[in-house]
Design a protein around this ligand. Structure first.
Ligand SMILES: Cc1cc2nc3c(=O)[nH]c(=O)nc-3n(C[C@H](O)[C@H](O)[C@H](O)COP(=O)(O)OP(=O)(O)OC[C@H]3O[C@@H](n4cnc5c(N)ncnc54)[C@H](O)[C@@H]3O)c2cc1C
Length: 458
């Protein structure tokens, strides 16, 4: 018997598509909602038709997966209800609040599968709010979706696999990549080789990107600490950094900055899921049973939104969470679920090695943020103001600091500054990072004009 309220999947990335395929194959008709114009999520983001390029040009080694996911989506299209360019901006009482093309609607649901992905993690430095500074993901979106570069001469700074991938994509597309500045240690100092070999394909890709950058003459500096981005009236002019006690500088007119990713968990928060602190990712993540079930019976979660583990794991997790959902309706396949669990587990050593040894998040940088540096861009709150708030109130919980200082109270709801702010608060209060708590989700999750709320059609 079909339920009146549909099941909903939020996110049409690898996790969401794979979940939709599984539910459709079981005879369900899920509603798939995504704020993007096309399915594919972050990794398989597509340009508009006027800027179309083929999969190999867009996704390199991932081209065949992109083609496969695209044809999967085309094949299931008649069996699902796909709502593109639709933002889920709130959820309450088993009702989603959606915004599509300036119209808001409510959608009741029976069960929900969150596949909302991740976003960049940034650590502020002086100058990061200047014109010409982008997050790493935004730099890639400019290239993938708009076929453009963020500047004429670009520096990539931060750490993580995306740092080298995006720098390589820029260099390959003909951009002048001035430098790649990585906060992590040089590869020669990294020891956990057996764990890295657990995913030989991704490991080899990383080496390929580095070698291609070197062959193109791109300067790669490791174990760096950023000092500041220098900007004039016309935007960025250079970036200054420190390496082994020496100061360095790279001239550029744009900077892409990113220290890995953090899961998008606001919807999980609004849905009342339990969270636990993940030391490796230094983030609060929804509690799951390892197969996509959460602490709330009708809510399931998969992919980077559950824990950042890459697009292949996201795809398997999407299927696994959908199988759990079906099993809870009395229709699951334990055999397939075991296969998926084994696959996911097989890549865990690789991910752990990446997070712990190859590209550790340099949380200590937060301690060095200069007092005058803006941390919360939306409200213009500086590191000095945050330190002072911690010192004068004696508080270390980020929600309390928010109440006292307006940190994270603006348009982005702390999605951009929250992670670094927690590190800064922990360093100032000399407490463990987990003691700073997590910013409570607030609707609207992303900005929507008040005028469209006024026309709410219920
Ligand atoms: C900017 C960026 C670029 C990346 N590029 C690469 C890459 O080139 N190669 C690579 O291997 N990995 C890349 N990654 C990592 C990669 O995205 C993931 O490993 C993988 O795509 C995760 O799949 P997913 O399905 O969990 O989430 P995603 O692919 O992130 O898909 C989540 C989807 O949910 C939608 N969504 C989220 N919240 C809402 C909401 N409230 N309302 C409506 N829709 C919503 C988003 O629009 C998105 O399409 C990138 C990550 C980011 C953040």
């Amino acid at each position: 018997m079909r339920l009146d309220r549909p099941m909903v999947i939020i996110g049409a990335g690898p996790a969401g598509i794979s979940a939709a395929k599984t539910l459709a194959a079981a005879g369900e008709r899920p509603v798939v909602i995504d704020e993007n114009a096309y399915p594919g999520g972050q990794i398989f983001r597509r340009p508009p038709a006027a800027l179309a390029r083929n999969e190999t040009q867009l996704y390199g080694f991932d081209a065949s997966r992109a083609r496969r996911l695209k044809s999967t989506f085309e094949a299931i299209a008649p069996s699902i209800e796909y709502r593109a360019e639709t933002l889920v901006w709130s959820v309450e009482d088993r009702r989603l609040h959606l915004s599509t093309a300036g119209i808001v609607k409510c959608m009741p649901f029976s069960r929900i599968l969150l596949a909302a992905g991740a976003m960049d993690r940034v650590i502020p430095i002086n100058g990061w709010t200047a014109p010409g500074v982008f997050s790493l993901g935004a730099a890639q979106i400019a290239l993938k979706a708009q076929a453009t570069f963020i500047g004429k001469r670009v520096v990539f700074i931060g750490t993580g696999p995306l740092l080298y991938l995006v720098a390589y994509q820029y260099a390959k597309a003909g951009a002048d990549v001035a430098a790649v500045l990585d906060s992590s240690e040089p590869f020669s100092k990294i020891t956990p080789l057996p764990a890295l070999l657990a995913d030989i394909s991704n490991f080899s890709r990383g080496l390929f990107y580095v070698s291609q950058l070197l062959l193109r003459g791109v300067k790669i500096q490791t174990a760096i600490a950023p000092i500041e981005i220098v900007a004039g009236d016309r935007g960025v002019t250079s970036i200054r950094y420190e390496q082994s006690g020496q100061q360095g500088q790279s001239d550029c007119d744009a900077v892409a900055i990113g220290y890995g990713l953090r899961s998008e968990t606001q919807l999980a928060d609004l849905l009342g899921l339990s969270f636990q602190f993940d030391r490796r990712q230094r983030q609060w993540l929804p509690v799951t049973d390892g197969a996509g079930r959460t602490s709330v019976p009708h809510v399931y979660i998969a992919g980077d939104g559950a824990s950042v583990r890459g697009s292949e794991v996201a795809e398997w997790e999407g299927e696994l969470a959908a199988l759990s959902l079906l099993e809870d309706m009395g229709r699951g396949s334990q055999k397939r679920a075991s296969v998926l669990r084994r696959r996911i587990d097989s890549l865990s050593p690789f991910r752990r090695a990446l997070d712990d040894h190859v590209f550790p998040f340099p949380h200590h940088f937060a301690e060095a943020i200069r007092d005058e540096t803006i941390v919360c861009r939306c409200e213009g709150i500086t590191a000095g103001q945050i330190r002072e708030t911690v010192a004068t109130t004696g508080e270390a919980d980020i929600n309390r600091i928010k109440a006292f200082s307006r940190l994270g109270m603006g348009r982005c709801q702390g999605r951009v500054c929250g992670a670094a702010a927690c590190e800064l608060i922990a360093a100032t209060a000399r407490t463990d990072i987990s003691a700073t708590g997590r910013l409570r989700g607030q609707a609207p999750l992303k900005p929507i004009p008040l005028s469209i709320l006024a026309g709410d059609r219920r």
